[in-house]
Design a protein around this ligand. Sequence first.
Ligand code: GBH
Length: 450
Amino acid sequence: PTWTPPAEPMRLPDGFVLGAATSAFQVEGSTTADGRGTSIWDTFAAQPGNVRGGATGDPAADHYRHWAQDVDLMADLGLDGYRFSVAWPRIQPTGSGAVNQAGVDFYRRLVDLLLERGIEPAVTLYHWDLPQPLQDRGGWAARDTASRFADYAAIVVDALPDVTGPWLTINEPKTTAYVGYGSGYHAPGVSDVDQMVAAVHHQLLGHGLAVQAFRASGVAGRIGIALNLQPVYAAGAGADDAAVRADAVENRLFLDPVLVGAYPDDALGDRPGQIPADPAVLDALVREGDLATISAPLDVLAIQYYGVTGVDSGGQNVQLYPTSDAPWQQVHPEGLYETLTRVRDDYPGAPPLVITENGIPDRTPEGTTDDPERVAFLRAHLQQVARAVDDGVDVRAYYAWSLLDNVEWAEGLDQRWGLVHVDFESQERTPKASARWYADVVAQHAVPLA
Ligand code: GBH
C-alpha cells in the first residue's frame, strides 16, 4: 500500500537544517590555480572517452572564483546550510607533507563568509578527488592511503575549527570502490575485484583514522561518514536470497563495520547478488584493531538517497520503478522513509541522521530553469523525511543535491543536477523554479502541498 500525504503542509522541527550541497571537483574549476596539485579526476578526465563530451574539471562552475557570489545566492535563497567538500590536492598537492597555504585560505574565506551570512557550513573531507601521487602508490587499494587521509583531515580540521555543521569524512565509499575500482567507469578507472574490496576496507579505515584525528584535535564539532544507501527489492520468484545478499553489498557492507564493528558475512562469494570475490580477500586485509577504529562512535550518520534497486534470482539488477533522466536512478520516495526507519530499527546505537544528498537531473542535457519534475521529486522526498521525523526517527538535516549545475563525473556537463542553472560559458547563475520553490520550503520550514 502506498502512503498518502496529509492534506496540510508537513512541518519540519525547529532547528532542522535545510540546505544544498556541492563537491569541490564538480564546481570549483581553477584546477591548477594557487598551487593545487593534480587529482585522479584531472588525470581521468584528460583521457579521451572517459568523460562525456570531453569535459574536465575546468572551468566547471568556476566556483573557485565565484565563491562569494555563490554564498550570496545561498543567502538569497535563505538556505540554512551549505555542504561543500575540500579538495585534498589544494591542501596537500602531492597528498602528503607540506601544507599549501593558498588552498587552506580559500576554504577559510568560504567558511568565514558562510558564518557571516548565517549559513551553517558542512564539510566533506573527501569527495573523490584523490591526489594523483597517492594513486601512483596504489590509491585506496593501498593501506597507506588511509593514514595519509587522516593526516590531511587533521590539517583541515585544524584550519576550520569553527565549522558548525557536520563534518563528513568520506563521500560514498561504495561508489569509489565499485565504480572507481570495480567497473572502472569513474577515476581511477581500475577494474579489479581484489582492488575493489581493498578500496572498501581502506576507505573505511581512513574514515576511522580521520575520526580519531578529529577527536584528538579537540574541536567542538560533529563528525560522521556519508553513505549512499538504497533499499533492495526482490524482483520475481525465487529472488529473496539474492536480494538479501545484494542488500549486504549495497548497504550492510558499509553500515555494519561503521555502526557495529563487523563486516557482514554474506557480501562476498560466488552466489547470486554477491561481490564475486573470495571472503578471504577481505579477511586478509583486516588487521587487529581495524574494526574498532572503523566503528568509533560518530556524532552523525549521513545518508545519501537517490532511489531503489531490484534484483532477480540470478542477482541481476531489474528495473521496478520509473527512472529519472539518469538511467541508474529508480525513483521511489518511500524508499527514503524505509531507509531512515531501517537504520533506526536495525542499528539501535546509530547516531542522529542527516541526509546529505537527494536530487534528480534535468530532463534535457541543455538544462532548463523550468523544472517541475525536480519540484515534484523534492516535495515527495521531503514528505518522506517529515514522515520519518513524525514517526520518531532522529533526522536533523536535509541537503538537496545540488546547489549548482556542475560536472557530473563521467557524464560531464550533460547531466544537470542543480537547483540553480549555470551557463558554463558565461558562468551566469539563474535559479530554477525548483530553487524558488525550495526557498519557500526553507522559509516555512514545512513541505508545501504544491
Ligand atoms: C552522488 O552519487 C555523488 O555523491 C555526487 O557527487 C553526484 O553528483 C550525485 O550523486 C549524482 O549522481 O552509470 O551505471 O555506472 C550517487 C551514486 C553512484 C550514481 C555511481 C551513479 C554510476 C552508475 N552514484 N552511479 S553507472
